[in-house]
Design a protein around this ligand. Structure first.
Ligand code: FE2
Length: 362
């Protein structure tokens, strides 16, 4: 059991349904403070050429669309640069920050909204409950499903020393718009890797020592939806999009009230040292964790085989000693994740040698 029960903050307003993206303008209307306080739209640059989506972004007055690259996972420096750019451009704080994109853009938007009102740099707030003040109004519109970033109380960033989230009660969005239509054009591999992020959230939550009835009911439903999306060939594409979007949400709520586990700890190390993106890193890790998550690993393989997805192997083959040490250090530094997976005495079961041996298999 965790030391105390978490008084959890969740996203207060959610708009769900096909075509709800068209309601963005009406949602924003009441949040514009004045004509000099703009809305800043952070948009995944894969949409640069998608005029159908960009034209629907309701820009007026001095509102600005900033396209952000998501080739790399978001960094604390990227957040600091965006905050600086926004502060220099306007006389007033923005009326709000709106993120349109995948998990990386969700995390960037949440972090930028917080750093506009909290002094210092983004890396100062990586950790648990370090944020002191609410950010500006923030709104998230996911365009891929699985990360749970649209509902989570974290904004995961690569910092100078760590990949670590800004975890706080001020981090969740004020509003989320879930429009399954926006996720229809995601490339197959990315759809699978990100969908597996959700499935793995459920595996880690449901098999964790922090599990409680709240996280269990959300995790069980999310897991059932994932299995349906990835194994039921009778579903239409739109049904799959709807169900995976709901799975992502429920899986995110489940881990918000419990914690992730070993897959995520290992994936964070892979991401920091090798730049492997989160969903793929999770897939690489769970491949070798049947000892810890036997049922989850088995189901993951079934879904992977059913969609004929290849997961790269040998990525750690040519790592230097220093890189191995760095990767292992990052993975082992994530105490709550290991404690959730293995209990308070996790250090008696897992050490540098164990973690390194797992990385050597990847
Ligand atoms: Fe995740």
């Amino acid at each position: 059991m965790p030391a105390s029960f978490r008084n959890m903050s969740l996203v207060p307003r959610v708009l769900f349904g096909i075509g709800t993206f068209d309601q963005l303008n009406s949602v924003l209307l009441s949040h514009r403070r004045n004509a000099r306080a703009p809305f800043v739209f952070l948009v995944d640059d894969v949409f640069t050429q998608r005029h159908d989506i960009v034209q629907k972004i309701p820009c007026s007055y001095d509102d600005q669309i900033i396209f952000v690259s998501t080739i790399e996972e978001p960094t604390t420096i990227q957040v600091d640069d965006l905050v600086q750019q926004i502060i220099l451009n306007y006389q007033e704080l923005p009326s709000g920050v709106i993120g349109i994109g995948g998990g990386s853009v969700m995390d960037l938007a949440k972090a930028v909204a917080l750093l506009l009102t909290n002094k210092g740099g983004a890396s100062d707030y990586q950790g648990w409950d370090l944020v002191q003040s609410p950010g500006v109004y923030s709104l998230g519109i996911p365009t891929i499903s699985g990360t749970g970033a649209e509902v989570s109380r974290t904004a995961v960033l690569k910092g100078p020393e760590m990949k670590l989230g800004i975890n706080s009660d001020f981090t969740p969005f004020d509003q989320v718009i879930l429009d399954p239509e926006l996720t229809l054009d995601v490339p197959k591999n990315q759809w699978f890797y990100t969908g597996m992020d959700c499935f793995i959230h459920c595996v880690e939550s449901l098999n964790g020592t922090f599990l409680n009835a709240f996280s269990q009911v959300h995790g069980e439903k999310a897991m059932a939806l994932c299995e349906n999306v990835f194994l039921n060939s009778k579903l239409t594409t739109l049904e799959k999009s709807e169900q995976l979007m709901m799975a992502s949400w429920l899986g995110g709520v489940s881990i918000a009230n419990s914690q992730v586990g070993i897959v995520h700890a290992l994936s964070y190390g892979l991401s920091f040292v090798k730049g492997i993106k989160h969903g793929l890193g999770n897939c690489m890790a769970i491949e070798h964790l049947e000892t810890y998550y036997p049922e989850g690993t088995k189901m993951y393989r079934k879904m992977k085989d059913s969609h004929q997805i290849d997961i790269p192997s040998g990525v750690c083959e040519h790592l230097s000693e220093r890189e191995y040490q760095q990767m292992t250090k990052i993975a082992l530094s994530l105490n709550p994740l290991w404690e959730n997976a293995l209990g308070r005495n996790w250090k008696s079961v897992v050490n540098e040698k164990v973690v390194r041996e797992l990385y050597e298999k990847m």
